[in-house]
Each structure stands twice: as C-alpha cells, then as structure tokens.
Design a protein around this ligand. Structure first.
Ligand SMILES: NC(=O)c1ccc[n+]([C@@H]2O[C@H](COP(=O)([O-])OP(=O)(O)OC[C@H]3O[C@@H](n4cnc5c(N)ncnc54)[C@H](O)[C@@H]3O)[C@@H](O)[C@H]2O)c1
Length: 260
C-alpha cells in the first residue's frame, strides 16, 4: 500500500478547480494538509493549479466535463484509488453570465441546469456512500443571486436557489449519518468568471463597491477560507447552512455615497 493510502489527512474532491474559486479552494485545502482530486475541462489549467501549491504531491488531476454520464464515478474512483477514500466534496464547477427569463432559450436553460444543478446532485449521490460519519461533508457553491433578486440572471439565479434547497434537503437526509452538507453564497468575487465585467464595466464595479459595506470586491481567498472553515471540525455543528461571503452586500440596502 502506498504512503498516501495510510494517511489520515482528509481527501477532498473539487470540481472546476482549474481557475477561480475552485483553484483557490484546492490550494487552501492542500495548504491545510488535505489531499485533493481536482477536475476541470482543461488539463493545462489543472496543471497550473497544482504548480501553484507548495504540496504538488497532494494533487491528482482529472480532465472531465461534470455533465458527462461517467464523470461523478470517475472522479470519486480516482479519490478512492489514489488516496483510499473521500471526505470532502466541493461542488464548485459552474457557469455564469445568464440573461433574463424572456431572453433565455431552452438550450441555455438546460445548459445552466445541467452544469450548475444536475451535476451537483449527481456528484453528491456518487460521493455520499464514501463519506464517513463525523468526517464527511459536502459544500455546494451557491450565490447571493440564489438568495436575492438581481437583474438579468434568471437561469443562474434559479439554479443557485435550487442549490440552497438541495443543501438543506441533503443536510436533513444525511445529518443522521454524521455527514454535513452546507453551501457558500459568494458575492461578486474577482475570478476569470467576473474579471472581464469588472474590468470593462466601470459602473457595475462602482455600484458593487458602493453597495458593499466592506467597500471592495471579494477575493477567491475570501471564499476559500469560508469553504475550509465549513469543511473543518470547527464547523462540526453547522449543517444545512448557506454562508454568504459578500462583505455584507446582501444584508441591507447599504450605499456608501448615501451613508450618514
Ligand atoms: N466569481 C463570483 O463572483 C461568484 C459568485 C457567486 C458564485 N460563484 C460560483 O462559484 C463557482 C466558481 O466560480 P468562479 O468565479 O471560480 O468561475 P470560473 O469561471 O472562474 O471557474 C469555473 C471553473 O469551472 C470549470 N467548468 C465550467 N463548466 C464545467 C464543466 N461542464 N465541467 C467541468 N468544469 C467546468 C471552468 O472550466 C472553470 O475552470 C461557480 O459555481 C460560480 O457560479 C462565483
């Protein structure tokens, strides 16, 4: 048996970890001693993620589309074969840039639901039999737009709101087995998903900063820290929760320019 298989360090599976929040989470969890299986569409991106870690030996890479029939089984099998089990599933892969309902085609709707929602259900179903009582957890990447309304993001918001509901449901179903299921709901975080709009739409950037009590856009590390906390024993009695990571953007009608 290889040394990896007798280690007690947690084993994490993170989808969409070639960039952005998935990459930051993979680096954070590896920094904390976890062994990580990272998946994405693009091998070069996955290799970049691994190369940024001080513990490249803790990584296993898998190129796959989360919507493919065999992807959940292949990813979980890699964790089990390489590291002897699976402890933390981070359902991160997702797409953004949606439109309003009237502008959304059937094909676009199906693409959002397949990637952002159906894959989360299918990866979770595959992982659950492997998660151990008192140790196993699932984290779903929701969004503040799954909690409150925002213009022009109908299919995105619908899938992220559904993830909040799925998180609650799985927490109730699997809590009795000692498995925790939580979500994070990031605000606007600067990643490749949002970078172009932040760079080219000065009004959007100004409004987001002006309406955030912390007066800044979020960083991938902000979200990775929250995910690590929810995975850790420190969050041992937190189950079914959706943790917003948005500098206070969603809790009020804060506008800096209108502050007293
Ligand atoms: N960045 C934000 O402001 C923000 C805010 C709220 C929620 N989120 C959510 O966080 C998650 C990560 O967002 P991000 O900003 O890092 O996005 P990103 O676009 O920078 O990275 C997403 C990664 O997922 C991968 N991916 C996309 N579709 C895939 C598929 N079908 N199969 C496999 N991999 C696929 C991409 O290749 C990419 O590497 C998403 O679920 C997103 O909805 C992001």
């Amino acid at each position: 048996m290889c040394a990896d298989k007798i280690s007690t360090a947690p084993v994490a599976l993170i989808t969409g970890a070639g960039q952005g929040l998935g990459r930051a989470t993979a680096l954070r969890l590896a920094e904390q001693g976890a062994r990580v299986v990272i998946t994405d569409l693009d091998r070069a991106l996955l290799e970049q993620t691994r190369s940024l870690s001080a513990r490249p030996e803790a990584f296993r890479l898998l190129v796959q589309d989360v919507t493919s029939q065999d992807s959940p089984r292949q990813a979980v099998e890699l964790a089990v074969d390489a590291f002897g089990g699976l402890d933390w599933l981070i359902n991160n892969a997702g797409i953004g840039k949606a439109k309003s309902a009237a502008q959304t085609s059937d094909e676009e709707w199906d693409r959002y639901t397949d990637i952002n929602l159906r894959s989360v259900f299918r990866f979770s179903r595959e992982a659950l039999p492997h998660l151990k009582p008192g140790r196993g957890c699932i984290i779903n990447l929701a969004s503040i737009f799954g909690l409150i309304g925002h213009p022009g993001v109908a299919p995105y918001a619908a899938t992220k709101a559904a993830l909040v509901g799925l998180t609650r449901q799985m927490a109730v179903d699997y809590g009795p087995q000692g498995i925790r299921v939580n979500a994070v709901a990031p605000g606007i975080i600067e990643t490749p998903l949002t970078a172009e709009r932040i760079r080219t739409d000065a009004r959007f950037k100004a409004v987001m900063i002006d309406t955030t009590p912390f007066h800044r856009i979020g960083t991938p590390q902000d979200v990775a820290n929250a995910i690590y906390f929810l995975c850790s024993d420190q969050a041992g009695f937190i189950n079914g929760h959706t943790l917003t990571v948005d500098g206070g953007w969603s809790v009020g009608n804060y506008v800096a320019s209108a502050s007293l």
